[in-house]
Design a protein around this ligand. Structure first.
Ligand code: GDP
Ligand code: MG
Length: 393
């Protein structure tokens, strides 16, 4: 007698993996679990690899690759937005969108190949270049539209990366601490205190923000501070948006900040309103909003959640949008391959370069769409996807 336990039998093909599965639910003490574990191993059971159950479900056709990725995303979802998106993908939302592009493309390819195969038998079957373009263009447009959702999807899955930028002593670290509700970054009156960058996750109204406090932008003779400034610039380049903090009492020169955040949506925070306001030249910033507050007294800080939300939306984050979105770098890469091949096929057709060439590019595009759902996927890519999983998922 090892334990009094519950055994559940899931008969194939109705189990998660599609195979016969027996699930043992025993009591949770470490010694009991180990004893039961060793007993079943002695009877011939084998410990699961990371992601093995999902892998078997995939191999048995119970899930496609997009759904497998979605399982990992459900497990890791930190915000309500990322959870909803992962559930949508798990339910097959993205797979359906890809299949809706694959079907007309497969049909077009079949028509072009039939025309090649029967070209020597007079007029048995042919398709004109015009018809190829007429059928192919909507597919290319659909791929492009889906590709265009990647930024919004990535921000929902991974969070909106917001760089906190400004001159030294403007109050950047104070802002980070205020938003997090804890003293995460050192705040001192010594300019150049923050030398490395600090990244923290903030969940607010179902949205995940990755707030990055950076070293104040100024040229410095201090070698470590200068490295921090260089890193700050890198952070800004890889962010979705920026909160620019300005000391409203002593703003200093803002040209450098302006250049650093160029191209990003920006909210200007004019800090230290308790000290009185100087005149600040803000027209160089293409700001979504400008707001004066005091991080010392807390005056005006109630507007911050709304400002963050506006910033995220300006970056392309669509809160109420429940449409299908690409989320992973893999999706973007594969869909870009599909689009490139599709465009090559269309221009080959338009230039009358011959059906063989058109068919070749259509095949490449179709393969790329197929690899989205895993219809054609290399062992190497599968390995990388399943390596993300924990044991037994
Ligand atoms: N009077 C006043 N001082 C502030 C305010 N916010 C921050 N400070 C002070 O300004 C100095 C620099 O703040 P810090 O957050 O470290 O700025 P950072 O260099 O931009 O990260 C500190 O001494 C803060 O206490 C404010 O709203 N009013
Ligand atoms: Mg700081």
């Amino acid at each position: 007698m090892l334990d009094e336990a519950l055994a559940l039998f899931f008969r194939a093909p109705s189990s998660f993996t599609g195979e016969d599965v027996v699930e043992l639910q025993c009591h949770g003490g470490a010694a009991t679990m180990r004893a039961v574990f060793e007993a079943v191993i002695a009877e011939g059971a084998v410990p699961a690899e990371p992601g093995e159950f999902s892998r078997r479900a995939f191999m048995n056709g119970r899930l496609d690759l997009l759904q497998v990725e979605a399982i990992a995303d459900v497990i890791h979802a930190g915000s309500e937005a990322s959870r909803r998106l992962a559930q949508q993908h798990l339910a097959g939302g993205l797979s359906k969108a890809v299949d809706a592009l694959k079907a007309p493309l497969a049909e077009l390819m079949m028509l072009v190949e039939a025309a090649i195969d029967f070209s020597l038998e007079e007029h048995v079957y042919s398709i004109s270049a015009d018809e190829i373009v007429a059928r192919g263009q909507p597919v290319a447009d659909g791929i492009e539209a889906l590709l265009g959702t990647w930024d919004a999807g990535r921000m929902k899955r991974d969070g909106v990366r917001v760089a906190i930028v400004g001159r030294p002593n403007a109050g950047k670290s104070s802002l980070l601490n205020h938003l997090l509700g804890q003293d995460r970054a050192l705040v001192t009156e010594v300019a150049g205190t923050t030398r490395d960058y600090i990244e923290e996750v903030l969940q607010l109204d179902g949205v995940e923000y990755r707030l990055v406090d950076t070293a104040g932008l100024r040229s410095s003779d201090d070698r470590i501070e200068a490295m921090g400034v260089a890193r700050a610039r890198e952070v800004v380049r890889s962010s979705d948006a920026a909160l620019v903090v300005i000391d409203g009492h002593a703003p200093g020169a803002l040209q450098e900040i302006c250049e650093a955040v160029e191209g990003l949506p920006v909210v200007l925070i004019i800090n230290k309103s308790d000290l009185g306001a100087a005149v600040i030249a803000t027209e160089g910033f293409a700001a979504v909003a400008t707001h004066a507050l005091s991080l010392s007294t807390g005056h005006g800080t109630e507007a911050l959640p709304g400002l963050l939300r506006a910033l995220a939306e300006a970056a392309g984050y669509a809160p109420g949008d429940e449409s299908v979105l690409l989320t992973r770098a893999r999706h973007r890469r594969v869909m870009q391959d599909a689009l490139d091949a599709m465009r090559a096929a269309l221009s080959a057709a338009a230039a009358d370069l011959g059906h063989e060439l058109v068919a070749l590019d259509l095949r490449l595009s179709l393969d790329a769409l197929g690899s989205m759902t895993g219809a054609v996927t290399s062992e190497d890519i599968l390995h990388r996807i399943f390596a993300d999983f924990c044991v037994g998922k």
